[in-house]
Design a protein around this ligand. Structure first.
Ligand SMILES: *Cc1c(COP(=O)(O)O)cnc(C)c1O
Length: 365
């Protein structure tokens, strides 16, 4: 977390401990004001209106609220949901749940470079399609989809476009108007904010997205998400959004410089190959396949490097990455792949140390 975010949060644990829903005293008003400002900053990060933002406990909850909430409130008779094969488990598992209760799920394949082919989407979209779910940037490969083209195709058939923008928001410029996204989600800890705070964007106009709440109770967040608001977390998310809006371009350049340094250094050995389209990609992610080396034997050699196969979100499951498998990699190739991610606080010295360690290791293979 960015220290400036922590600084913003601290008073809401200590002096400003009021409940944002307490309307009868100044302690509540101060907390409510903090939430209001944070909502404006989060909305500004993605070009939305503040009243289109619902705070949640993270992207997973926002995804559940957006997708289930929209499907449950739908009265059009459309039942088909199109979902890309490389989505995060939060989206895939939500769709699997909906399939059990009557939705028709069609999985949209991705190409070997991780990109969705617009023509393939066009070929499976029809007048029964209610919702299309395609992420903006992939959390394992960083691959960025041609989202405007995909949302246009979706709207031509009268369907609604949901994009999991958790990984992209705050890392690359993203605007819900320019991309034609009807619903999207954010998670504060993906852009230097606190863990356990996120948001759903749901468009209020053209089209107006109607949602059924997934948590009933006191009617917080306009009746969409009941429960006492996490005021420190929300204040932190607002600050993180403000910093990301101001700094993501300059930070992105620095971060991609470090990422490319490591990637090129390993690819030049001839034993390492990048997974996914390396041109349409987030600045911070590198997903690399090591020839004839299993990641599970490589990762323990370097416990001081925080690298992983797949994503932290699915690491409880001993399965090869479904994202890489969807791109056509064999099980063995998927097991030989490692994701590296860089951030604002990584240094050139750290990057050179990691590159050096890997080059030594590969030299002995
Ligand atoms: C991290 C992530 C999520 C889940 O976010 P949480 O805040 O942990 O629930 C969903 N989708 C993508 C693409 C992510 O990277």
């Amino acid at each position: 977390m960015d220290p400036r975010v922590l600084e913003e949060m601290l008073p809401y644990f200590t002096v400003h401990y009021g409940n944002a829903s307490s309307k009868t005293h100044s302690f509540g008003w101060v907390a409510d004001e903090a939430v209001k400002i944070a909502r404006e900053k989060v909305a500004a990060l993605i070009g939305a209106r503040p009243d289109e933002i619902t705070f949640t406990s993270g992207a997973t909850e926002a995804i559940n609220l957006g997708i289930k909430g929209y499907v449950e409130s739908n009265r059009s008779g459309r039942r088909k949901i199109i979902v890309s094969a490389a989505e995060h488990k939060a989206v895939l598992d939500t769709c699997t749940h909906l399939q059990k209760v009557g939705a028709e799920i069609t999985v949209l394949p991705v190409g070997p470079d991780g990109l969705v082919e617009p023509a393939v989407l066009a070929s499976i979209l029809d007048e029964h399609t209610l919702l299309v779910c395609i992420m903006l940037a992939n959390n394992e490969t960083g691959v960025v989809q041609p989202i405007r083209t995909l949302s246009d195709l979706t709207h031509e058939k009268g369907a609604v476009f949901f994009s999991d923008t958790t990984q992209a928001a705050g890392k690359i410029p993203f605007d819900v108007m320019k991309t034609g996204v009807d619903m999207c989600c954010l998670s504060a800890h993906k852009f230097y904010g606190p863990k356990g705070t996120g948001a759903l964007f749901a468009r209020k106009n053209h089209p107006r997205i109607k949602l059924t709440a997934q948590a009933d109770g006191g009617g917080h967040e306009n009746g969409l998400r009941s429960g006492t608001l996490n005021v420190p977390g929300i204040a932190g998310m607002g600050k993180a959004a403000e910093l990301a809006a101001a700094e993501c371009n300059s930070a992105g350049e620095k971060i991609s410089g470090l990422r490319d340094l490591l990637e090129n250094s390993l690819v030049n050995t001839g034993k390492v190959f990048p997974n996914g389209n390396i041109l349409q990609r987030l600045p911070n992610t590198s997903n690399l396949r090591f020839r004839d080396i299993r990641a599970s034997s490589l990762i323990p050699v370097f416990p001081w490097i925080a690298m992983a196969t797949g994503s932290a979100c699915t690491s409880a499951l001993p399965e090869p990455s479904h994202v890489l498998r969807a791109m056509g990699l064999s099980t063995e190739e998927a097991w030989s792949s490692i994701r590296f991610s860089f951030g604002r606080f990584n240094t050139m010295e750290e990057t050179e140390r990691v590159a050096g360690a890997f080059r030594d290791f590969l030299g002995k293979q």
